[in-house]
Write a new protein. Sequence first.
Length: 145
Amino acid sequence: MRAGVSSPRFGGSLADQGGDVDRMEVPKIPMRTRRSWLMTAAMVGVALLVAVVPALAAELFGTVKTVNPDEKTLVVVEKKSGDEVTVTITEKTVFINPKGKQAKKFDLENFKKREGKARVRIEHEDGVASKITLTPKKKRGGPEE
């Protein structure tokens, strides 16, 4: 800044000091500061991409057609299209019961009894289930016709 000219931003008024209000100078931001800000913004964008993309697993709504406890697979008939989708279950697969709580132990042998009846919502990636939610049965006792 030139001598005798003060900016209101730095604690003075140009009119109070007899300076020319029309010729007020704005402090320049060094190029290095702009580059670091841009670099920070780019890094945040990349970090968000890395965090969000794996979370975009496929969702499958349907009815369990068959359960194979030996191979740890389920065949699910998709609700909208009617396609059969085979999903593999691992040790990391989380099971949620119809009440919305995580099941501590899930036995595929017992689940085999519900073939053709169990409605599920499955989050999976490349056919490997990460989360299986058993949907509650439809309540009966609605208005009778």
